[in-house]
Design a protein around this ligand. Structure first.
Ligand SMILES: [Zn+2]
Length: 234
């Protein structure tokens, strides 16, 4: 289910560049909420608040500092993101030690190792939120758009991103801008690719189970590489 209205988070209108959020049909019950450290909407609020602290230069991620014994990780969110975003997710969201699980690959392409990682995080590590996080100036997107004859496993990468290229081109004047080489085209492809990755993540059995149970939200987002501002995207 895609519902923007049901996302009750503190997100200012200028941040809301469309919203792509998969939420369960019902909010978490008290019983479900009581059993978890962080509810899905609270997890999304924590990420947003952390990104705002990062943008403001006020970081208080609760890092363990000089402790000799690290606490047990208790991740509340899983971030599925790309390898060349320039910032670690923990920095971008001012997250503390053990707060996040991160799956990172070129163009957040999901091979079986990556999908197994997502399912493991959702099924056993207790994350309440999965965020697929793309970014502007993405090398994987640019490569998929610009490369006609990739070789080796780069062909796999291109095959995985290419549906987003086709979808982005179809969405613009029936494809008249197909040969455009500007940033806008790359950005459109990135947004479609994030949506495609959200759809794939949402189809994983453990994720579907979490969405149905009300213990998990799934969102798509992007961050700009200039400032690191994270926005939910459609
Ligand atoms: Zn990238």
């Amino acid at each position: 289910m895609i519902s923007a209205a049901s996302v009750a988070v503190d997100w200012s209108p200028r941040d809301r560049v469309g919203t792509l959020v998969l939420v369960p049909p019902h909010p978490p019950t008290d019983e479900v909420a009581a059993d978890r450290a962080v509810t899905p909407p609270a997890a999304l609020r924590k990420l947003i608040a952390g990104n705002r602290r990062f943008l403001a230069g006020r970081t208080d991620g609760g890092r363990p500092g000089g402790r000799r014994t690290l606490p047990a990780p208790e991740p509340f969110a899983l971030v599925v993101t790309c390898l060349d975003g320039g910032l670690a997710a923990e920095s971008l969201f001012d997250a503390g030690y053990g707060d996040l699980c991160v799956v990172r690959s070129a163009g957040h392409v999901l091979d079986r190792g990556a999908t197994a990682s997502v399912e493991l995080a959702v099924a056993t590590l207790g994350v309440a939120l999965v965020m697929v996080l793309g970014h502007e100036h993405c090398a994987a997107v640019r490569y998929a758009v610009d490369t006609d004859a990739p070789t080796g496993d780069l062909a796999y990468l291109v095959d995985e991103v290419r549906p987003a290229v086709a979808a982005a081109d179809r969405a613009v004047d029936g494809g008249h801008h197909r040969h455009e080489r500007g940033t806008d085209r790359y950005d459109r492809v990135m947004r479609h690719h994030v949506a495609g990755t959200v759809a794939r993540v949402g189809a994983l059995p453990a994720v579907r189970e979490g969405l149905d149970a009300g213990t998990l939200w799934l969102v798509g987002a992007r961050h700009d590489r200039t400032h690191g501002r994270v926005r939910l995207i459609a």
